[in-house]
Design a protein around this ligand. Sequence first.
Ligand code: ZN
Length: 434
Amino acid sequence: MNEKQLIKNLLDFIDHSPSPYHAVKNLENQLVENNFTKLDEKQHWVLNRGGRYYVIRDGSSIIFFVAGERQLSDSGYKIFGAHTDSPGLKIKPNPVINSEGLLRLGVEIYGGPILATFTDRDLSLAGRFSYKTSEQQVDSQLVQFEQPLLRLPNLAIHMNRTVNEEGLKLHKQNELALIISTAIESQLSQQYLTQLLEQTSNIKADDILSWELNVYDTQKGSFWGDKEQFYTDSQLDNLASCHIGAQALLNHSTLKSGNTTLCAFFDHEEIGSESTKGANGSFLPDILERIALALELKKEDYQRALANSFMISADMAHAYQPNFPTAYEPEHKVMVNKGPVIKTNANHRYSSECISEAMFINWCKQTNTPYQKYSHRTDIPCGSTIGPMTSAKLGIRSIDVGNPMWAMHSIRESAGVKDHLYMFNVINHFFSSD
Ligand code: ZN
């Protein structure tokens, strides 16, 4: 696949993944097409060396792997980690505000989005809802409204004269509700959302019990620039990394390196990863141990496997934007289309250290891939990733890397076309390495 085809494939994945639940469902479809077998955490596992498997926890975190022919205690796990969630707006449990001639939906803020970018866009809803079945059990299904359903119109400049000097400030409680309709009869108002869900599913409104719906942008991804050397979409942070890992592992699963290779994609990174399916929960440790047990490793052999393992924690990096030079560390400007970024931080907000960094650089050199080093400004607090917490829990050597991008946490992020293939080549090499 050339670099442009790979980006088209990425944009298609993102445009069909308006929520982490949809992202995991789309990954699952691809895995099934490639003969991966689903494992259930509630069941006994029997694994074959050379087999391909996946596990989903609560619909929005997924681990998939190839059980290698090589002895796991010697080869270790080759792990690629990323996250499925993106910051944004989520619908409140009683969202309907039916007043002043308009119907609006109240929202909560999930993680740290750039709120101003949500104004004046063609927004809609996606996620999952749960319902009562005819057997009085609880089941759930995915939902996506395809049409632009919602909008957050800006205030006209005539009423906000200083917006260009002071920036657009939105009051989190009072100014984020999204317009969906003109007002309706007030006694129906809180049932409005379940009736909306009924219209797009085969489930009766009265049977719908709960939901997790996030706001998404219906605009599709696209290329831009005079030679289409850039691309843009929502959720590049971090579905772009999930896409690279999945493509590399699917590619590797057809090769015979004998390594046990694994992708772990977690929900809830944007809110600190503290959940049953988050990177700071038990999902990855549980699955690594169960793989070892199913392959009949003794405790010491499992611990040897961990000691021989390596994890690449992939999350996007901040590309240099020359209009804002003072926001960046002058000696660590990273550029789009100039290759993967290695992230380091003295306070270990990133998991990279001298040895893991050198190993990654070595893989870049072996694949003729350019690379860049990033350090945040010393006077601005640095973000973090799933890298430090997962490597700390497991004692696995790890590195934090990512592709450069602009406007992280905007609803419309952008990046460079070349970088996706560069990173794909390095990850491919990593999965096959000794
Ligand atoms: Zn991220």
